[in-house]
Design a protein around this ligand. Sequence first.
Ligand code: XCC
Ligand code: SF4
Length: 635
Amino acid sequence: MKSQKSIDPAALELLPKAALDGVETVWDRYEAQQPQCGFGSLGVCCRHCVQGPCRIDPFGNGPKAGICGASADVIVTRNLLRQVAGGAAAHVDHAYEAVEALELAAKGNINYSIADETKLQQIARGLGLEVSDKNKADLALEVVEAAYADLANHGSKPVQWLMVNAPKERIAVWQSLGILPRNPDREIREAMHQTTMGMDADPVNLVLSTAKQGLVDGYSGLKLATDMQDILFGTPTPVVTEANLGVLKEDCVNLIVHGHVPLLSEKIVFWAGKLQEEAILAGAKGIQVSGVCCSGNEVLMRNRIPLAANYLAQELAIITGAIDAMVVDVQCIMPSLAKVASCYHTELITTMPIVKIPGATHVPFTLEGADDTAQVIVRKAITAYGRRNSKKIHIPNYKQKIVAGFSVEAIVSALSAVNPNQPLKPLVDNIVNGNIFGVVATVGCNNVKATQDIVHVELVKELVRNNVLVVATGCSAHALAKAGFMNSEGTETYAGEGLKAVLTAIGQAAGLGTPLPPVLHMGSCVDNSRIGDLVTALAGYLNVDSASLPVAASAPEPQHEKALSIGTWAVTMGLTTHLGVVPPVLGSKAVTELLTNGLSDVIGGKFYVETDPLKAAQGLLEDIRSKRQKLGLPC
Ligand code: XCC
Ligand code: SF4
């Protein structure tokens, strides 16, 4: 078992307090689970029918097939396909809500505006819609119609969101493999069907279906969600703020937004601003909203809201004793939060019909009643402030200044300062001449199986030292923000000479007064679509397949099914995709070999599993080097 729980100084400071307060954390429960089931860990346990559970003996002495005859290869791939479909379902559901919100906003039925008409027009043009002099509500409704058409497509047409956004070379590859997704709901349904008892027993076919779910995730989940959210709330531009639990303010009402969909958290941010006076009347200096997980990333990118904690520290945020209310929407919300909150004065508030937690207060969120709901929640936080126990409060004094908000549009605009006519040219030229050795996207979660943040931080330290530009999202971005990779001091401390020169030159040209940070925060997990857009733009500019770019991806500490879907999408894009925690597939040698090697001949990308961050950095550098070699670039 790993020796240390976290490298985050704020977490380390609070763990003894948790013990003192008698509060159990994720790390305690992880220990209580040891040893975890070997069959499950290897992926060779099947519960897909009631004759089971069945398990395969990985050492070959016991059963080699389940009761129905399913082999280890079949059980492993069926389980993987279900996990990736689970992740895709989460993202498509998220995107669907955002489409619905845009529809109601355009019809004037709800109090949300269309904040970014330029983005709306750009998306409409991409879909082949006539833009000319249409008013924005009408145009938005046409975009909504196109989105619904993807979700209601009963024919064999591939989803339009993929066809208009993915690189052409990739589309050809996916078509030849027969994995272009149709209606995303249909594909997810089919994956569930395909993996029930007595269905597909061909591991290769199951892996191809898994790849198809990656595409569902990438285009009908991530890309669709980001597009809708940018239209509704605006495309992010660079913002300066802070990260880590030190952003909490002892003399303010502390309200945390946690989850993923920004529809409610945007309203919370707005109403927290409006209701400051009420907080002051209650004896506080004001209201401090801060973020946990990806709701945090969303309001960080657009509203400069500071980040309090990533996934593994969500309980610790409450253990500070300084959180008056934590409001959650969907995904990555530990059920334990209710029990933790009950040890303090904190009000835990659930809001979604599919996320209720016994012990939490449920305040139902609807688009129609969003303003009322947000006010109710902000006022609950103000009321809870009055119940604080000052003896239980301890806010660790750790936070880092960060620059975030790097949408592709923001990156292009910074680069335009160097070359207004061909904004991608300065980036590409520096990749070609080797000042930037390559680009790595680090994404995804914390996983309690790894020391919190260590894989993110140690991997990225080594990459940027070797002149790799890193772009980050999700809890990876939080980890790197807390560790000081998202400010200009981070460039000074961590970046190799070539990278430092480029970041300094761009920072100067863009009039920032400081170098760009060595890690660009591109947003939440659905904002991995922004990374996809960047990769697509680079491939388009150079007129090469994205699979041949010196670009790789990494989920250093993945825990969620969504991280597996995002990783699968990255593989379909042709990227070598590192996982720093071993996924449950090792029970099948053939499938492991296919995922980590064979797949690259078929689809260009592959998984690369390595739990040691330094070795992983070497592996990714090697991968980038071989891609540079093939492109004839200096290595
Ligand atoms: Fe959840 Fe997005 Fe993972 Fe963090 S990174 S633990 S999914 S919050 Ni998406
Ligand atoms: Fe066992 Fe087959 Fe049923 Fe799975 S589907 S539980 S392997 S009998």
